[in-house]
Design a protein around this ligand. Structure first.
Ligand code: AHR
Length: 618
């Protein structure tokens, strides 16, 4: 059908803020170490252990000749970097880097450093070569002067290009050599601040208005991959900003939520610096101690909660405080005396025990507002009428006068098309919306178009939708845990998805103000006839659906099921993608841990246009 768009420039719609579109960086899909953080050495501080991930040992990433063991004893480098390598000479140790290896470019400089001590004067030879032994740089010699920990450094210049290099350290003399924090960094990083250039440039090219970080489920305690019922979560900690600042050799290694270790080389200082470098507002997410993301456990330790609230106040001081303050001084020592200009903080991520979460949120908010009234404090939420809701949290937020809520949804392209008007009738007297995570599931061009269409709805409602970020941002091609993703990478290349192009288009062309317009003559049109497949999908968590209905534009009902009779008439689960059951005859329910899709079983639906309505809650 023909569409007529009528624009009335005399009327003015809502202003669109500079922070309308941003990015959400989470260390999922191995996005930090081996990704945005430019370090080339994997397990540089020998902290990997089986308690974090059953495949790990202290020598993960390394191979040794001679006697090389990892040791955690009183000789350690420091309390937070507890394990070191003890190499008895003569012997050598070689690191295989990330993905296919250490990536180097001919002519470029690479800064090597190591913390070392030795009980006998020893020379270390540092070499860069291919797995087959072909030299990639002229070796470097380092003399370990004594048996106290010192940092030694030198530079290697790559004599040829490789994406499969190996870094070796060999000690020819006898004696026990202790080594820790072995690092190789490309001299060329984004604005000289330690981030991989091609990746940071791809984010910068989006011209994002804000950077949400560090997660996501990542901010929550523990890893559901490493979880071991017998031992609990032995080392994994929720993402706590104080673990991630100060000299890198004093930053702990953490077992993250996504089942692998993070070095914290990319920490809070680096996130703030990166946000500043790309002209985006920083938006940190702190854990609210009601671990969400399927774990649903609330702390019952008031002292721990209080400590996290104080940590959040300290975080604001770290970002904005004067250099005379405790945390502002640390910022200065790390190289940034000027404040970072933090204006907002999000408390919690998908922490979906509504009562427990909201009680904690209130305590964080009151404490932040008492000390920093200008900081916007963002809550978790989702309205009650869709599969991503957190029960009555939205209503609680409204009643409490919450300024902004963080909504998340991953859904089918049809859902995005059908819900373009989602915010047209949104309650304007409640909190503003931060759409912190969304993506049309699957990675086809149509998904990206559905996202683009949906974004017009966000923009049209810019009076209530204040910020939006696609998720996830990065995926390492060898370690994909979640799809779709915006930017793909291996150890030396990166490329954007079609959704990246959509985001780039919108972010580079943010309007100042909505000009109200009306469209006549059009409807949602499927790209091809629907042949008995009308999908509904939700993600990863229990959901209840009721009153499903599909009609053609002229009102003909193609499929309908209220589930009142206990039968999922006309609907069937898509094989192997999730369990659907009709529960107590009143609604259809999913309780699976993977994406699941419910499809219309009936054949013969050939309409190219249809309306679908569904009630869903979880
Ligand atoms: O973006 C991937 C994950 O999806 C995030 O960690 C979480 O917040 C959401 O459920």
């Amino acid at each position: 059908p023909d569409y007529t768009i009528t624009v009335d420039p005399a009327r003015t719609g809502p202003a669109i803020g500079d922070e309308m579109y941003g990015v959400f960086f989470e260390d999922i899909n191995y996005a930090a170490d081996g990704g945005l953080y430019a370090e080339l050495i994997r397990n540089r501080s020998f902290e990997f252990q089986a308690a974090d991930n059953r495949s790990y040992t202290g020598l993960t990433g390394w191979t040794a000749t001679g006697t090389a063991t990892t040791v955690d004893d009183a000789e350690r480098l420091n309390e937070r970097n507890r394990t070191y390598l003890r190499l008895t000479g003569p012997g050598s140790i070689t690191n295989a880097g990330f993905n296919s290896g250490v990536a180097v470019k001919e002519g470029e400089l690479y800064d090597f450093s190591v913390w070392a001590r030795s009980d006998s004067a020893a020379a270390l030879t540092i070499s860069l070569a291919t797995a087959g032994g072909a030299a990639l740089a002229t070796p470097l010699k380092i003399n370990i002067k004594d048996n106290t920990w010192s940092r030694y450094a030198g530079t290697l210049r790559a004599t040829s290009t490789s994406d499969a290099g190996r870094l070796s350290m060999s000690a020819n003399g006898a004696g026990a050599h202790r080594l820790d924090m072995v690092s190789l960094f490309p001299r060329a990083t984004y604005k000289g601040h330690g981030l991989r250039k091609d990746l940071a440039e791809k984010v910068a090219a989006l011209r994002p208005g804000f950077v949400r970080f560090p997660g996501g489920c990542l901010v929550n305690t523990g890893s559901h991959y490493a979880y071991d019922a017998a031992s609990g979560f032995p080392r994994a900690r929720s993402y706590q900003w104080k673990d991630t600042v100060g000299p890198v050799e004093t930053r702990a290694t953490n077992a993250n939520f996504w089942g692998y270790n993070q070095s914290y080389g990319l920490g809070y200082y680096e996130y703030f610096q990166f946000s500043e470098d790309i002209g985006a507002a920083p938006l940190p997410v702190v854990p609210a101690l009601v671990t969400g993301c399927g774990q649903n456990r609330a702390t019952d330790d008031p002292a721990l909660l209080q400590r996290h609230i104080q940590d959040t106040l300290d975080l604001i001081e770290f970002a904005n405080g004067p250099v005379s303050s405790t945390w502002g001084k640390l910022r200065q020592q790390m190289g940034h005396p000027k404040p970072f200009g933090l204006t907002m903080v999000a408390v919690g991520n998908e922490e979906n025990l509504p009562d427990e979460y909201f009680a904690n949120f209130g305590k964080f908010r009151d404490a932040i507002k008492a000390k920093y009234p200008a900081i916007t404090v963002i809550s978790n939420s989702g309205p009650d009428d869709m599969g991503v809701t957190f029960d009555n949290l939205w209503a609680k937020n409204k009643a409490a006068g919450t300024e902004m809520v963080d909504e998340h949804y991953y859904n089918s392209p049809n859902w995005f098309l059908q819900n373009n008007d989602r915010y047209d009738s949104y309650d304007r007297s409640g909190p503003k919306v931060f759409l912190g995570e969304y993506a049309s599931q699957d990675a086809k061009f149509f998904n990206s178009l559905a996202e683009a269409a949906y974004m017009t709805g966000l923009e049209r409602n810019a009076d209530v939708v204040k910020m939006a970020s696609y998720a996830p941002l990065f995926a390492n091609i060898d370690n994909v845990q979640w799809r779709p993703d915006l930017i793909w990478l291996d150890n030396d290349e990166s490329w954007g998805s079609t959704s990246y192009q959509v985001q780039k288009l919108f972010m580079n062309n943010v309007g100042d103000r909505v000009v109200p317009s009306t469209v006549t003559g059009g409807r949602v049109v499927q790209p091809k006839p629907i042949t008995g497949r009308v999908g509904l999908s939700t993600w990863r968590t229990a959901a209840r659906y009721d009153d499903l209905k599909v009609t053609t534009p002229d009102g003909t009902v193609l499929l309908e099921d209220t589930f009142d009779d206990g039968n999922a008439d006309g609907w069937t689960p898509l094989e192997n993608r999730g369990a659907w059951a009709v529960a107590d005859g009143a609604y259809a329910q999913t309780d699976v841990t993977a994406e699941n899709t419910m499809v219309a079983a009936a054949t013969g639906i050939t309409a190219t246009e249809y309306d679908i309505t569904v009630k869903a809650t979880k």
